[in-house]
Design a binder for this molecule. Sequence first.
Ligand code: ADP
Ligand code: MG
Length: 402
Amino acid sequence: MRVVFLSPRYPQEMRQFTRGLAEVGAEVLGVGDGSPEPELRRYLSGYLEVPSIMDEDDVIARVQGWLRGRSIDRVLANWEPLVVLAARMRERFGVPGMSVDAVRGFRDKQLMKERVAAAGLRVPRAERVRSVKDVWRAVEAIGFPAIVKPISGAGSADTYKVESTRDMERVLPHLRHVVEASCEEFIEGEEYTYDTASIDGRPAYESVTRYFPNALEMRSNEWISPVMVSVRDLGQPHVQRGIELGRNVLRALRMGDGMTHMEWFRKPDGEVVFGEIACRAGGACVVDQMNYTSDIDLFREWARVVTVGRFEASTERKYNVGVIFKRARGQGRITAMVGLSEYYDRFRAHIVEDTLLRPGTPRRDWKATLLSDGYLVVRHPDWDEACRMAFAAATDIQLYAS
Ligand SMILES: Nc1ncnc2c1ncn2[C@@H]1O[C@H](COP(=O)(O)OP(=O)(O)O)[C@@H](O)[C@H]1O
Ligand SMILES: [Mg+2]
């Protein structure tokens, strides 16, 4: 099987998906900007370096010339900005997989909600807005609090909660560069993910993760140490309702083969509400988190799913896995870590990964990457215990920079 895989170098976890493809026996042709380093090279049968992977027409033309008659069996992407390009290439080259129209349902937040709502599922009331006038008209219909966010955003960029007319006046200048936005009803409640590896839209693997606090708050406040805990016991009634919603969403949006990453809310009255969904794996170590949850390798299973339509790993859930992202106080380089050795003394047996930046390392831009100044991964079969360890890492460990 010959596979074109877009952007095998970036983001970081794409290297793991590339490895997965090679391990299930695919011949991997990578296309991306920059040149792959030797560890990645060994999983690639070929690589086309392009000036800009975001320039869709140019990439399609270059790949067509490069392939020159070589037949290909799949065109794949697991990074949000490239999923439509992959679908366009499939259509252009006559390769099986999700169509451009189906993929748009996972990319355009308004179309997504319209299709999900048409299947009778609960979505936030929302309107597509293209001008300041549209925004005012939309909030009038929707009411406060409302959310304004780009139609095809990611990582909570340019996403605002607005509580009043005054708030809206303050936010509007920040949205000037956004061509199309979604203005929607603000849903109060707990936020969860629903992640899958799906074959022809039917989940072969399912996982749910809870965000503490909700994603928008973790992405807007630097002092917060964001926490995500995967839920070991999917049988709990409130989690089941989210899973049911997720399965129906996959059907409504005509999911094909691959991984999906959905977000949903559980309101205080128990109602579950759709948030958004992508037809690619979750970023920011969501895949690692699932791997630690079940002790499996979803990078390889994704590859098996998209090449031969089979999932072979165990779906047993052994742990609740907590990921805690840390942000240093101060700017510049990390100078000190406080509380880490005490944390190890308490929880050593349950810590499975520690990527916290050590003294001397420059800080990362917490706005640009949820990975922030590194993270800890802890796991425990008991939910309360896993949360206790995760919250302790959030509150008891501090990084300092200067
Ligand atoms: N209608 C909404 N109600 C409440 N919170 C929302 C709503 N829409 C977005 N958010 C918050 O903003 C975050 C980012 O929005 P989302 O649609 O997931 O965009 P992105 O593609 O940037 O992840 C969500 O994870 C959630 O915390
Ligand atoms: Mg999101």
